[in-house]
Ligand binder design. Sequence first.
Ligand code: FAD
Ligand code: NAD
Length: 476
Amino acid sequence: MADEFDVVVIGAGPAGYPAAIRGAQNGLKVACVDAWRNRDGTAALGGTCLNAGCIPSKALLESTELYHRLRKEFAVHGIRASGIELDLPTMQQRRAGIVKKMTDGIGALFKAAGVTAIQGHGRLLPDRRVEVTAQDGSKRLLAAKHVVLASGSAPIELKGLPFDGEHIIDSWTALELGAVPKRLGVIGAGAIGLELGSVWRRLGSEVVVLEALNEFLAAADRQLAREALRQLRQQELDIRLGASVSAARTVSGAVEVSYDDAKGSQRVTVDTLIVAVGRRPYTEDLLAPDTGVILDRRGFVTVDEQCATGVDGVWAIGDCVRGPMLAHKGKEEGVMVADLIAGRYGEVNYRAIPSIIYTAPEIATVGATEEQVKASGRAYKVGVFPFLANGRARALEATAGFVKMISAADDDEILGVHIIGPLAGELIAEAVLALEYRASSEDLQRTMHAHPTLSEALHEASLAVDKRSIDSINKS
Ligand code: FAD
Ligand code: NAD
């Protein structure tokens, strides 16, 4: 006999758990099936993001930035510190403690909302039935009016460079290292490579980042990417572009990495190598034959704009479907689907998805790059405001970077905002709201921003769009 639910969600990551909670908020009977196992075998809710991604990486980024600033940047404030020591075990315990609190928190939210959490591997059968296999191998059958697939993603392994958990490692292992590698190699200058490269660089590793593409942050606005590359190289991250890694071998505890660049075959030897070349949708044993759900060439579940798979009552959200692999994108898809299931209105605005890299300075963008707007043929205006001219940034001693705003020449609609600078990840929220409401740069110009705040840089960038910045010299 199958246990019956209105909605069964497979996966309790940042896409699946909000879908389950919103489903319950909508008065539906919801179960959420999740198979996550920590390295010690314990189960935890929250998926990649909470257990091995967003949250532990940000915990370490914060700790290591404080360590770095205390050693290198406090003296300018007139604060002298001596005897500064790194206590990596405590830093790692803090990281693990934050993760545990957050993942336990989802259990509490499920309980409060009335979501039934089921530990085990879920497999979709025809007719919206789900077979759950527990860790002990026992099976349970669920039947639902709607099934939401939210199985997430897994790191891509490069051919010839299998993860060995010790020298050639994925991002999860890289977050849990118990010692600072003397020489660290990172393959891939994406968000993971730059964030984890920064963490270990700040703790003293010599870091070399090998990026296959000739362009740094190829999808980003070029002006922003140039500034980011300059800032990160100043931090002695040895970023090598046009460096495509073909092989690596471990010899006497070190990894010899072979790569090709414009000059030919190159080699670099490191103690630890993080492979961060992207992630792939994780759909292993997710679908029984004949469910009708289609996987595309790369393994993503095929869905429409509303995350419907085309099979009646089966939806898919988050990293296992098209679009950027970002926690907040998955969350909004989860909420949309849960509302659509309940007959309510639901929509995701795929044109206003913010993207942040939590380096120092942070890199945050939303909307179109200048190159994309130019390629579209639409006439546009650009305003750039440097943090050098912002009082709060001066007080913070964090003046590197700028806010760049692009708006349409005809109706002034804001098309894109690109920020590199202090707390850029927080500042971008205002720009996301502006895009969501299809605001013009004039709307922002006429909005009061408190002084002295970093947000004034966004205000001034909007003024600079019309060459009316007050706090910087407007260039014609
Ligand atoms: P996941 O989080 O992968 O969750 C899927 C869950 O489903 C997992 O618990 C999995 O065990 C479970 N599952 C899979 N198959 C089954 C099955 N058949 N049955 C039962 N359970 C199953 N994104 C950001 O937006 N901001 C960040 O700062 C950020 N930092 C990151 C840092 C790192 C190091 C990494 C690796 C990723 C980071 N990401 C970040 C990306 C983010 O983690 C993902 O976009 C997000 O986790 C995707 O959510 P999801 O729910 O789709 O999948
Ligand atoms: P990514 O796709 O962002 O970057 C991977 C990089 O590796 C690319 O620049 C690619 O050109 C390069 N590459 C691929 N093969 C290579 C090779 N053989 N040699 C050298 N370089 C090679 O992927 P990622 O950094 O692994 O991150 C995975 C996903 O997780 C992304 O979708 C990202 O959005 C998400 N994530 C987000 C955040 C955040 O929002 N702050 C943080 C971490 C991860």
